[in-house]
Design a protein around this ligand. Structure first.
Ligand code: ADP
Ligand code: F6P
Length: 324
């Protein structure tokens, strides 16, 4: 029979994402409403190994739903990649009487949760990353805020690009995935959108496209480039030399990870946080929460981690056809 859950731990791991605080708040308050104790683990798995563990009450999560970042802080932890680190993590949970742990993070963090579950700690994962690169879910905490932040920044670059009749290459985050770039490409009406999943490294095509657009009277040429391709500054130099069109590169960087979460990120993160607690209370473990086909769902972590996700070929096609 599954152990009765009396105390729930919560941590954030990997890159921070706007909306993580809304998820933490929901975990703490849903757990308290269900009569459970909550322990916050600081700095992800690193804090678990260092026993940076605090008791959390409802008031500890007051005034955070609107704040970006994560009040629990986050980290990447090499030691947790080792079996010894994972065993120590499971031992720390037992010593602190944590019966179930909720891990808010990306795929890597879920792998850590999977290891803890195998060592007898009940775990539930919540997808938190601005990259949207988790296969089992169409939504990840932070993507909506980050993509809106990037879109607004690109609008601003476009104003100055048009005034100076320049080509602008704007690099957005996403690690190896092109979701942020694709959404910005469509939302900003970029002339070219370069995605790691699709790019053929044929720069001559870009050059020809810029020259054709100039002939047709376009006053700017916006290229949204994904971090997974990178090299925006050197690309800008080569493009300027080949086209004669003044070209600038802007790397948006970490500003995309900050800021107050959008309504969607607050509501979805709150729902997922509460759902994670409910799953633990029902005796579930080794599961991740997701959003699919219009509803909140949960999957076995092993199954979730074996799924693959691809860029929508149709959306990639329209990112090009709508930019004529
Ligand atoms: P994300 O969760 O955003 O994908 P990372 O891949 O950096 O970010 O993973 C965050 C942390 O999760 C790592 O620093 C490590 O502590 C833990 N982790 C990642 N992969 C594994 C793994 N295979 N086994 C155990 N822990 C892992
Ligand atoms: O995973 C989120 C993310 O912002 C990626 O888009 C980016 O590649 C990475 O984290 C940057 O990590 P760091 O903050 O360690 O530089």
């Amino acid at each position: 029979m599954a152990t009765e859950i009396k105390t729930i731990g919560v941590l954030t791991s990997g890159g921070d994402a706007p909306g993580m605080n809304a998820a933490i708040r929901a975990v703490v308050r849903e757990a308290i409403v269900k009569g459970k104790k909550v322990k916050g683990i600081k700095r992800g798995y690193a804090g678990l190994l260092q026993e940076e563990i605090i008791d959390m009450e409802a008031k500890d999560v007051s005034d955070i739903i609107q704040r970006g970042g994560t009040i629990l802080q986050t980290a990447r932890c090499e030691e947790f990649l080792t079996p010894e680190g994972q065993e120590r993590g499971a031992r720390v949970c037992k010593e602190h009487e944590i019966d179930g742990i909720i891990v808010i993070g990306g795929d890597g963090s879920f792998r850590g949760a999977q290891k803890l579950a195998a060592l007898g700690v009940n775990t539930i994962g919540i997808p938190g990353t601005i990259d949207l690169d988790i296969a089992c879910t169409e939504y990840t905490i932070g993507f909506d805020t980050a993509v809106n932040t990037a879109m607004e920044a690109i609008d601003k670059v476009r104003d100055t690009s048009t005034s100076h009749e320049r080509c602008s290459i704007i690099e957005v985050m996403g690690r190896g995935a092109g979701y942020l770039a694709l959404w910005c490409g469509i939302a900003n009406g970029a002339e070219d959108t370069l995605l790691p999943e699709k790019y053929d490294y044929d720069e001559q095509k870009l050059v020809n496209h810029i020259i054709e657009n100039r002939k047709r009277g376009k006053q700017h040429h916006i290229i949204v480039n994904a971090e997974g391709i990178g090299h925006s500054a050197s690309m800008a130099k080569r493009i300027e030399a080949a086209t004669g069109v003044e070209t600038r590169a802007t790397i948006l960087g970490h500003m995309q990870r900050g800021g107050s979460p959008t309504c969607k990120d607050r509501v979805y993160a709150s729902t997922m946080g509460a759902m994670a607690v409910d799953l633990l209370c029902k005796g579930k473990s080794n599961r991740v929460v997701g959003y699919r086909h219009g509803g909140f769902v949960d999957f076995d972590i092993d199954e979730a981690l074996s799924m693959e996700k691809t860029i929508s070929p149709y959306q990639f096609e329209i990112s090009k056809s709508l930019a004529i």
